[in-house]
Each structure stands twice: as C-alpha cells, then as structure tokens.
Design a protein. Structure first.
Lengths: 462, 123
C-alpha cells in the first residue's frame, strides 16, 4: 500500500535528479524524460484504480507512529487531480520534445514539477503541502523563462515575484494554523479548528484564500496572469494553465471544504460575488483581445469564477460541480493553448472542440461541467446565478469564435499564411481534442469520479 | 516576547512590501528576501516555548518545540534557493534588456508591441 502511494513520487524524483545533469536538448534525454513521466502517469493511474476499488489509503513516512510523522494519503479527490495533472504534463512534455527542446534543463524541470504537484495532491500534512507547492512553483518559475526571449524573461520575473508573495502569505497562514491548533496534519487541523475562537479562524481562512487566489488568478489577484500566459511558449502555457493552476483549485477545495467548512459557509456570499466579478471580468476582457494566447489567458481567469461559485454553493451538488469543472477546465485550457500554437490541417478542428468545450456545448465534455454548475445554481434557488452561468457561457462562445474566425478562417489570416506544423504535433492536439469529445460522449466515469471526490469533502466537513 | 516578534515581523513585512513596489529589479529581490524572513520569523513565533533543546528529552524536563525550528529551517532553505533563482532571473533580464528597471522594461515592451501591430496591419 505504501509502495503504491510512494511509487509515482519516487519515479519522478529519481529520474528528475538523474536527468538534470544531462543536456535536455539531446533527443535521448528528452525521450527518457517522456518515458519517466509516462511511468509516473502509469503509477498515478494504478494508485487511482486502487483508491477507486479499495477506498482511500494513508501511510506515515519514515516508519514514525501516526500523528508524529508526515502523512501521505490518497482519496478520490487527490487521485483525480493527480491523474489529470500527470496527464497534462505528459502531453505537454511530449509536445515539446517532438517540437525540439530549446533549453538544457527543460525535461528535468518538468519532472521536478511533476514531483511537486503529485506530492501536493498526496500529502496529508499542511507544511508538507507548502514544501511540495514550492517545488512545483520553483519549477514553474524556471519553465516560464523557457525560450529565453526578453518578454518571457520579464514575464518569468513578474510571475516569480507575485507568486512568491502568495507562497509566503501561505507560509504565514500555516504558522498561524500551527499556533492555534498545535498540529500540521490536515485531519487533526480540521478537528481542532472547531474548538478555536472563530475570529482567529476567519483570519487564517482569509489568508489561505488570498494565497491560493494568487495562484488561481482570481479577480483581484489576477494581474500577473495574462502577461505570463501570453508570453510563454504554447507547451509552457498548457503546463501552467492545465497542471499548475490545479494547485489553486485543489487547494481551495481541500482547505475550504475540508479544513475551514464553517468559514466557507460564512464567506459563501463573498465568494459568490468574487466569482461573479471574475466570470464577467474575464469574459469581457477576453472579448476585447485579439491574439489567441491573450484571449485564452483571460478566459482562464473567467472560468475559475464558476469553480468559486460552485464551491460557495457547497453540498454534494456544489462540490461535485466544482471538482468536475476544475478538471474539465484544466483539460480545455491545455487543449486550447496547444492547438492555438499550431497551424495546418485539422488544427482548427482541435481548437474548435476546445472552444465548444469551454462554452459548454455538447458533445464536448465542457457541457457536463456547465450542466453541473447549472444544477448547483438551481439547487441554490437563485435565478441570478443561473442567468450568470448562461451569460458567461454565451460570452465565451463569442470570444472564442472571434479568435477561431480570426486565426483559422480569414484567407489572409496568419492561419493559412503560416507554414504547417509537423504532423505529430497536430496529432497530439487532435488526440487531446478526441479525449475531450470522448469524455463528452461517455461522461459516466468522470462524473462518478467527481461525485466520489465531492463525497470525500462532504463526509469530512461534517 | 510575542509582541516583540509581531513588531519585528510587521516591520520586516512592511519594508519588504515597500521595496517590492519599487521599479528596480534588485530592490524587488531584496524586498522578497525581507518578506520571506518575515514569514520565517512568524513560523518561529508560532511555537515559542521555553525549555531544553530536545536532543535527549527526559520525561520531567520541559523541552522547547523542535517542530517550528525544523519548519523554519526548511523554509529558510527554500527562501535561499528562491532568492538565488530570482537573482539569476534578474541577471538574465539585465543581459537581454540592458536594464534592471521596470519602467524601462515596460517602455521596451511597448515599443515591441507597436512594431508587432504595424506588422499585422501591413499583412
């Protein structure tokens, strides 16, 4: 059992440490990294299967007794997030290796990021969460500068400074949590928070929310996001929006619903207001931009708003919607960024599938994400929220089709004039698009997994 | 003691924020260092206990809390690595832009954008 839990981390970590010594521009290094990441993905999948069949598992590292050592644990929530993240990282790395790696550290750094992200989903200890979070973030700072063009470098600097500020605020929140509860274990913290003076807990909850909001690019903390997403290379943008942003959504779900359920209820109205502003702001800004990366970047700001609203509604329906929407959003954004960077036959089709998925039009998988949010909004009995979700979807159709038309339709557009991208790269984008379609046509496994993940949160917040 | 820690943390965080808001990249890096130390001190302050060093604790002795020290040590190392990375990034920005000032970087960026736009119009 311990082996199943530790295996993905071990594979990614040892291969990253080994590969960092070699020049990543050589083909064999890149392919070794792809192989290692593939093995990590397989190990995560095995973990997810055993969580699915045998229920959650936990193990204390270093042979310490429970309550002393650091706990690693996997439940349905962490398993689905880990699986999706490893998948997105694998696809992005494969894309970059096929396109030709341009800097020596890239493959190893992506593996380090895999360690950080997988560890973050699997840990049951809040300080350990911070450590894995930093491993993932530091890799992200390096990856953002990948390409070495001037604007990528200054984007990396801005990204690093803003997100470091978020990380340190998170660290302060951990210190405060330890001070009032005397423990770092998530389950222990959740238990003891009930006995702590409410005012203090509210402050800590707000601090955690601000720190995670910076990662997520929520409305008041979004300012760094468009610059960064629009400057980096397509594969890096796919990594940042499809894998790294999961820290934010997973963190908000885990900390909000699991550790601070009372504060989440208290702040539900504020979250709904923030979510609403985020949706509208993201959509309106996206409509006014002309280049695909910028539009998708603002769209990713907007999409987080739905997760926030679903989280605020809460309960089994709300949490299911939040989990499902975050997973689908990560997949959509990875697809859109990868497809937007390519040119040639059938790329337009892949982009179109992604656009339909963001807008929530069947048979793309995004339809079910929107449907769940609709259900949650109806459950809440608020006509305004239902209208807002509809409006957000309509706006996303407008801005994505604008870009589709501009880039892929105009006879003089860059789409036709530019040379064709290699067929393998287009194949990858098409494969992701096919996955999005397949999940839309056969959504039962994903829906069941999201329900199971929401179940974890509902059970523990009682 | 807690009050003293709070005052020091507040002034560190405040000065750090002030520096981060400057336009000079190096000042921003120093500001981040100050803020990281504010976070480290908060970690230390979260478990202030008096007692023996817990190397070989006897049942009757009061021991100081080792966990916060372990956490601070970890956070210090992370902060150190991050500072090195930030300095490296600032240096790369300097070698490509020949400037370490955000205003001048922004100017250059605006110039580039304008060029791109002209190209697009001509297409």
């Amino acid at each position: 059992m311990t082996a199943t839990l530790v295996l993905p981390l071990a594979i990614a970590w040892f291969s990253a440490v080994g590969l960092v010594a070699f020049d990543g521009r050589r083909a064999w290094v890149g392919w070794t990294a792809v192989g290692a990441l593939g093995a990590t993905f397989a190990a995560v999948a095995r973990l997810a299967v055993s969580v699915w069949t045998d229920g959650p598992m936990a193990s204390v590292t270093g042979g310490w007794p429970e309550g002393v050592g650091i706990t690693l644990r996997a439940d349905a929530l962490s398993a689905v997030f880990a699986l999706l993240t490893a998948g997105v990282l694998l696809v992005s790395l494969l894309h970059e290796v096929l396109a030709g790696v341009r800097s020596r550290a890239f493959p190893a750094v992506v593996l380090f990021m895999t360690v950080g992200l997988t560890g973050l989903f699997l840990t049951g200890d809040i300080f350990n969460f911070y450590v894995f979070f930093e491993i993932a973030m530091i890799s992200a700072y390096v990856v953002t500068g990948y390409g070495g063009e001037p604007r990528q470098l200054s984007a990396a600097f801005v990204f690093a400074v803003v997100n470091l500020l978020g990380s340190f605020i998170f660290l302060i929140a951990i210190a405060a949590t330890y001070h009032v509860t005397g423990t770092l274990e998530m389950s222990g913290v959740a238990e003891r928070m009930a006995t702590v003076e409410p005012d203090t807990v509210v402050l800590i909850a707000i601090t955690v929310f601000v720190a995670l909001g910076v990662k997520l690019g929520l409305f008041p903390f979004h300012f760094w996001l468009p610059v960064v997403y629009a400057s980096v290379t397509p594969a890096v943008a796919a990594i940042l929006s499809g894998a790294l942003a999961n820290i934010g959504t997973y963190g908000v779900l885990r900390f909000g619903a699991d550790l601070f359920p009372r504060e989440l209820e208290l702040g539900a109205r504020a979250l709904i207001v923030l979510g609403t502003i985020t949706i509208l702001y993201g959509a309106l800004q996206a409509m006014s931009r002309r280049t695909a990366p910028e539009v998708i970047a603002y769209s990713s700001i907007g999409q987080v708003g739905y997760v926030l609203i679903a989280l605020a509604i809460g309960g089994p329906v709300g949490y299911t919607a939040a989990v499902l929407y975050s997973l689908l959003n990560a997949l959509n954004k990875a697809l859109l960024f990868l497809a937007a960077g390519l040119r040639g036959r059938l790329v337009g089709a892949a982009f179109f599938v992604g656009a339909m998925s963001v807008a929530g039009i069947p048979p793309a998988a995004g339809f079910f994400g929107k449907l769940e949010v609709f259900q949650a909004a109806i459950e809440e009995g608020s006509a305004v929220l239902v209208g807002l979700v509809l409006l957000g979807g309509a706006l996303s159709v407008v801005y994505l089709l604008q870009i589709y038309q501009h880039d892929f339709w105009r006879p003089a557009g860059r789409g036709i004039a530019a040379p064709q991208s290699p067929a393998v790269l287009r194949g990858i984008a098409l494969a992701v698009a096919a996955l999005v379609l397949a999940l839309g046509l056969w959504p039962e496994p994903l829906l069941a997994a999201s329900r199971e993940a929401a179940e974890v949160l509902v059970r523990e917040s009682r | 003691m807690t009050l003293l820690f709070a005052a020091v943390v507040a002034s560190l965080f405040g000065s750090g924020t002030f520096l981060v808001l400057k336009t000079d990249l190096l000042r921003v890096v120093v500001g981040m260092v100050l803020i990281s130390h504010a976070a480290n001190l908060t970690l230390m302050a979260s478990g202030l206990t008096r007692g023996e060093a817990p190397i070989y604790p006897l049942p009757d002795d009061a021991v100081s809390d080792p966990l916060v020290q372990a956490m601070t040590l970890t956070a210090l190392v992370i902060g150190f690595g991050v500072t090195a990375l930030l300095l490296g990034l600032a240096y790369r920005v300097y070698t490509t832009h020949f400037a370490v000032d955000f205003d001048r970087l922004a100017e250059e960026e605006a110039r580039r954008e304008a060029e791109l736009e002209r190209e697009e119009v001509s297409v």
